[in-house]
Design a binder for this molecule. Structure first.
Ligand SMILES: [Fe+2]
Length: 215
């Protein structure tokens, strides 16, 4: 079932008309302005010669913290309840276009049993926790498409995880240890539009998804 959920994600409309997960549109629009200002400032501060995507990815934690300091309101969002399906929700916040990365907010339900599929990444990506916590499980590849879990950790507010494909990893992110409140995470994917992100994950899904070893 998880395998098919990613295809469902791919059907989420683009940033121009995406209201899935948004419960307060004016607050969402204000949030996108806050993020846009911060990204603009970060790109201006970027040392010459450094790759913009890698710079933003490696500073995702600072960007999340600044967004909250500047009034980013996670209450603008809600998770979707879809019977029979995992219900973490993602909402595009910023699209770079020619600057090849996109930022999303993910909303994770409280005390949820939901998780991403076990996956690696076809493009650089990064996440940071804005509010509450999520759990990350890590895996080692033991055969083609088969993995074994080799650790897990709780990511709390301000924590980040970055995969710029230099030392790529296999992981699964879940909200299984969540408390009574939803969790919110800020994500970067190295494509210039939400549509490109979806299409990239759609096309590469078989190569970047894994099953647990039965041994
Ligand atoms: Fe991931």
């Amino acid at each position: 079932m998880k395998k098919y959920f990613i295809f469902l994600c791919l059907l989420v409309p683009s940033i121009a008309c995406c209201y899935e997960g948004i419960k307060d549109l004016p607050s969402h629009r204000k949030n996108t302005e806050i993020i846009s200002d911060i990204v603009g400032n970060e790109l201006q501060m970027k040392p010459a010669g450094l790759d913009a995507v890698r710079y933003i990815a490696e500073n995702i934690s600072r960007i999340g913290a600044r967004a909250l300091e500047n009034g980013f309101d996670t209450d603008a969002y809600t998770y979707q309840v879809i019977a029979g399906w995992p219900n973490y929700t993602w909402v595009p916040l910023w699209e770079g276009g020619d600057i090849p990365f996109t930022l999303f907010i993910y909303i994770w339900p409280p005390r949820g049993q939901d998780s991403t599929p076990i996956h690696s990444h076809p493009i650089p990506c990064a996440l940071t926790v804005l509010k509450n916590s999520i759990t990350q499980e890590n895996f080692e590849i033991i055969d083609k498409g088969i993995v074994r879990m080799n650790g897990s950790k709780k990511l709390v507010e301000g924590d980040c995880e970055v995969d710029v494909l230099l030392d790529s990893f296999v992981h699964r992110v879940s909200c299984r240890e969540n408390g009574p409140e939803p969790a919110f995470t800020l994500h970067l994917y190295a494509k210039g539009t939400a549509k490109e992100v979806r299409n990239t994950f759609y096309k590469t899904f078989p190569r970047h998804s894994y099953n647990l070893s039965e041994n």
